[in-house]
Design a protein around this ligand. Structure first.
Ligand code: NAD
Length: 490
């Protein structure tokens, strides 16, 4: 149950101090509609103070810190998250309503792991060097060195709050940057707890700042438009990315964008049927479908179409929409009533566009506190044309449209016929086909017989409208640092 969670106060963290503001907003628990936190919204002056603190820290002990000391601090932060695992877990669950079973296996462990991964990778990060011949025969040595970008603005979404925030923070800190972070207004808590962990770990004042608030005319925009912020890393909707591009244009900052998707799944008749059903069910419904990588378009080869739809329907109907702490729960609510309105508008649109509703399509009734939350039924459709908005636009809910196909080329064409290009998942036991179709996907990450699995050193990001740049491993370090080319005449 969630009713006994007391209302937390989430302050901003600016230049090493926890700071209140004159304006607060309430964070609502989507499980039952109760207030779980009062959040201090940063005004422009507070964002300015955070940027000033971050700038000063670049010149202070942080800027002079040896790489090994920085690496040790990253490891200490990972340990700090693990020491306060239950606090992080409770805060993340209260903000998002996601099942404890999910957050305890994914969100919080990955939050800690991100710091360890980048502590390791930064130690192996080298640069190029060349010997040049010169007319006088003495030669020159030409090498590059990497410096931090400076003050990095980190803007994060609400679906995997700690995981996605630390995915950006860890490499940015590993490279020696300082941070002004804005978590989503829907998930202010774990970013604030992380400030406590950093504080205790001895991270110098100004290195990590948290400013709470919204996007336009609030902390988000104040960061992106700030002339003294040197780079922006953002995960969120494509439309928000476009707004941020405009905001950063006058101050010409580098950007790294991980944006939306409308991801395809392709299931061939030669797949391992049970594995494909389990894999696709997990991919569609995990985190209530609020995963940027989730497939909302599923293409199934005709000979197994009816059987596959029936199996997905059975899995959707077996999902347990329960209180986060209940062990049997495997699906939580959406993040908010507002987001539910958006997803429900697509449930309505699908009907208008002529979909056959295979299962779901509405709001579940519980007869308890959950009726005040943001719950929604897992939903599957068939029968829509590829031109339907339901098939083309990102919904970000526990839903998918399933369509049959007859030929491999047809499936590839339909899968790629989208302005997005984040991820895809292909299911087949034919090795050559797996590679062939996997490679033909116009996406940043293409899975074959799996989903979400990834070595954190590999590139992650989106093609087309799904992003700009790649993060992960050395790709992150390349973004969060800037090379200086040095040529020394001998
Ligand atoms: P969102 O774009 O609404 O918000 C993301 C963040 O941007 C929030 O912190 C928000 O306050 C801030 N923001 C909003 N407007 C802003 C502005 N004008 N200037 C500066 N900041 C602004 O996204 P969301 O609803 O939090 O997250 C869901 C979206 O994120 C989906 O589209 C999903 O696909 C995408 N996403 C992508 C990835 C990826 O890796 N590609 C991962 C997770 C989520």
């Amino acid at each position: 149950m969630t009713a006994n969670i007391k209302v937390a106060e989430r302050k901003c963290y600016i230049n090493g101090q926890f700071v209140r503001s004159g304006r607060q907003f309430a964070k609502i628990n989507p499980v039952d509609g109760t207030v779980v936190a009062q959040v201090h919204e940063a005004d422009r002056a507070m964002v300015d103070a955070a940027v000033r603190g971050a700038r000063a820290a670049l010149k202070g002990p942080w800027g002079r810190m040896a790489l090994q000391a920085r690496v040790d601090l990253l490891r200490k932060i990972a340990e700090g998250i693990e020491k306060r695992f239950d606090d992080f877990l409770q805060a993340e669950v209260a903000d998002t309503g996601k099942p404890v079973s999910l957050a305890s296996h994914l969100d919080i462990p990955r939050g800690a792991a991100n710091f360890r991964v980048f502590a390791d990778i930064v130690r192996t990060y080298g640069t190029e060097s060349y010997h040049l011949d010169t007319p006088d025969g003495k030669g020159a040595v030409n090498y590059a060195m990497r410096k931090p970008l400076g003050v990095v603005g980190v803007i994060a979404p609400w679906n995997l709050p700690l995981l996605l925030l630390t995915w950006k923070l860890a490499p940015a800190l590993a490279c020696g940057n300082t941070i002004v972070a804005k978590p989503s207004e829907e998930t202010p808590s774990t970013a604030t707890l992380l400030a406590e962990v950093m504080h205790e770990a001895g991270v110098p004042a100004g290195v990590y700042n948290v400013v709470h608030g919204f996007g336009p005319d609030s902390a988000g925009e104040f960061i992106t438009a700030h002339p003294d912020v040197n780079g922006i890393t953002f995960t969120g909707e494509t439309a928000t990315g476009a707004a941020i591009m405009k905001a950063v244009a006058p101050t010409v900052k580098p950007i790294s964008f991980e944006l939306g998707g409308k991801n395809p799944g392709i299931v061939f008749a030669d797949c391992d049927f049970e594995a494909a059903v389990a894999g696709m069910s997990n991919a569609i419904f995990s985190n209530t479908g609020q995963v940027c990588l989730a497939p909302e378009r599923v293409y199934v080869e005709r000979p197994i179409f009816e059987r596959f739809v029936a199996a997905l329907k059975a899995n959707a109907e077996a999902l347990v929409l329960g209180f986060p702490q209940d062990k049997a729960t495997n699906m939580g609510p959406l993040i908010s009533r507002q987001h539910r309105e958006k997803v429900l508008s697509y449930y309505e649109l699908a009907r208008k566009e002529g979909a056959k509703v295979v299962t779901g399509g509405g709001v579940p009734k519980f007869g308890d506190a959950r009726d005040s939350g943001a719950w929604i039924q897992p939903t599957l459709w068939t029968g829509l044309p590829e031109t339907a908005r339901t098939v083309r636009e990102e919904i970000f809910g526990p839903c998918a449209h399933i369509a049959p196909f007859d030929r491999e080329e047809e499936a590839v064409e339909m899968a790629n016929n989208t302005p997005y290009g984040l991820a895809s998942t292909v299911w087949t036991t034919n090795l050559a086909r797996g590679h062939r179709v996997g490679q033909a996907m116009e996406v940043g990450i293409s899975w074959v017989n799996c989903w979400f699995l990834r070595d954190l050193r590999t590139p992650f990001g989106g093609a087309k409208l799904s992003g700009i740049g790649r993060e992960g491993g050395l790709h992150s370090l390349n973004f969060y640092s800037e090379p200086t080319n040095i040529c020394v005449k001998l």
